[in-house]
Design a protein around this ligand. Structure first.
Ligand code: ZN
Length: 475
């Protein structure tokens, strides 16, 4: 089945912004700035999950430098900073990892829950260990203050799926169909790695405090920002556009540095010099564009239009065991344990290997289930369900209804189940589609769409019913 786009516009327009309170109190002149983590609707476990999923994609897209000398140097530095995290910002779920990306650009980024990636170009551009520590402390501060998911929390609770999609999308730049077709732009930006100025100021100040506790001079962080700025050239490097200067960045870092004064800060170390020497002996790092080209990945444009990477058709049967999936504060469901989850902007699809792909730039899947929400103007379930089916029909011209609506209970409330038939444009095969719908308290339609080839539908129908019977909804 081809996924449908019909409702995206209405969902996007439903986005509202919540005003975020960031408290930066400078109570006493002599005290370090108190940093209060911003409001966050996600759990620490969700940070870990999102970061883990995104890091898998990062490792597929970017060349990780597998060089023990360099990696262990960065890991040691990272651990030194981690051990300086104050107790109130420690999350035991988090797992801090440090990897070096073998590209020339001066950049670094960290993902929710702990994975950090430091470009080789960053280490090469740094004049001292303190400067590398500065950028890492800043990145680590975003992680421990949970800024990625705090940023995502600004969306309403009904955009949780969308936000999760945007988080992964910001790494790869598109829906999962495009990820698979590789016709994507590698862009670390948008919802997730590009932070608000308030969050930047928090990360600067928290980073300064971390540095001081780890024995570094916070002014080295400011020095590194200046180095990045100088080497920016046209447009400035990615790091600065992801981490915009909140204004007076150097001044307030210098002020904080005075308050948290470190005697005898670590600046140059033997390990730093050795690492730099070692890097000079390696073949020069390519640019990100070169690196991603070499591995057959496109970095520009494409957008998936016209790209075809249809499902392979080699699909394992649904596992008899189930695993729980928790979609933020929206819903929970148990799915076959051999179905992986594919986040799209407004939905999440669970499908086995070989069952998903892209066709004419659209995400398609031949076996599995999609869950999503659709805001609609109508207030009764029947009309909302009709609208959903119309939207499906627009994306799938040969879609036919083969049953009326069965009244069933979905997530302890009234729901509908209906079965449709379709001929898949991507595979040319006949397929059956079970659509389940119910409404949240505010009238938002929650749907689940199960797809299987017609000749396997009997087996899959039981799986779809079981998955839907496990559905728990909030709201
Ligand atoms: Zn930042």
């Amino acid at each position: 089945m081809q996924k449908h786009d019909g409702m995206k516009a209405s969902l996007a327009s439903a986005r509202t912004t919540t005003v975020l309170a960031v408290v930066l109190s400078t109570a006493l002149v002599t005290a370090q700035t108190q940093i209060t983590p911003p409001k966050n609707n996600y759990t620490a476990e969700q940070d870990v999950q999102l970061g883990r999923e995104a890091s898998v994609q990062v490792r597929q897209e970017l060349p990780i430098l597998h060089d023990d000398a360099v990696t262990s140097y960065v890991q040691d530095l990272g651990r030194r900073l981690v051990s300086a995290i104050p107790p109130e910002l420690q999350h035991r779920e988090f797992s801090y990892t440090f990897e070096v990306v073998n590209v020339r650009e001066i950049n670094a980024f960290a993902l929710p829950g702990g994975p950090m990636f430091v470009n080789r170009g960053m280490i090469e551009a740094a004049a001292t260990e303190g400067e590398v520590a500065g950028v890492m402390a800043h990145e680590l501060s975003h992680v421990i203050l949970r800024h990625g998911t705090a940023q995502a929390s600004k969306a309403t609770k009904y955009q949780v799926g969308e936000v999760a999609g945007a988080i992964l999308g910001s790494i790869i730049g598109g829906g999962w169909g495009q990820v698979i077709s590789q016709g994507t732009q590698f862009g670390l930006g948008t919802a997730f790695l590009r932070f608000s100025r308030e969050f930047e100021k928090q990360a600067d100040l928290e980073g300064a405090q971390l540095m001081a506790r780890a024995g570094y001079d916070p002014r080295d962080m400011a020095n590194m920002f200046k180095t990045i700025e100088k080497q920016g050239g046209g447009g400035g490097p990615q790091w600065l556009s992801d981490h915009p200067d909140p204004g007076n960045r150097y001044d307030y870092i210098a002020r904080e540095a005075q308050v948290v004064r470190v005697s005898n800060p670590v600046r140059d170390t033997r390990a730093f010099d050795q690492t730099k020497d070692h890097l000079r002996r390696l073949a020069p790092a390519p640019t990100t564009e070169q690196a991603t080209k070499k591995t057959g990945r496109t970095t520009r444009g494409g957008g998936g239009g016209g790209e075809n990477r249809p499902p392979t058709g080699q699909v394992p049967p649904p596992s008899g065991s189930y695993r729980a999936y928790n979609e933020g504060n929206l819903f929970r469901v148990s799915v076959s344990s051999n179905w992986r989850e594919l986040q799209d902007t407004n939905s999440v699809t669970f499908a086995p290997e070989g069952a998903y792909g892209s066709y004419n730039g659209q995400s398609v899947f031949t076996h599995g289930m999609e869950f999503g929400v659709a805001r609609n103007e109508s207030h009764d379930l029947q009309t909302a369900t009709d609208e959903l089916l119309d939207s499906l029909a627009r994306g799938n011209p040969s879609l036919r209804r083969s049953s009326g609506y069965d009244r069933i209970t979905v997530a302890d409330r009234q729901g509908f189940r209906t079965v449709l038939s379709n001929r898949s444009e991507a595979t040319g095969q006949d397929e059956a589609i079970a659509v389940f719908t119910t409404q949240l308290k505010d009238g938002t339609l929650l749907y689940a769409i199960g797809v299987a080839p017609q000749n396997q539908f009997r087996e899959y129908r039981a799986v779809f019913d079981r998955v839907v019977s496990s559905l728990k909804v909030q709201g």
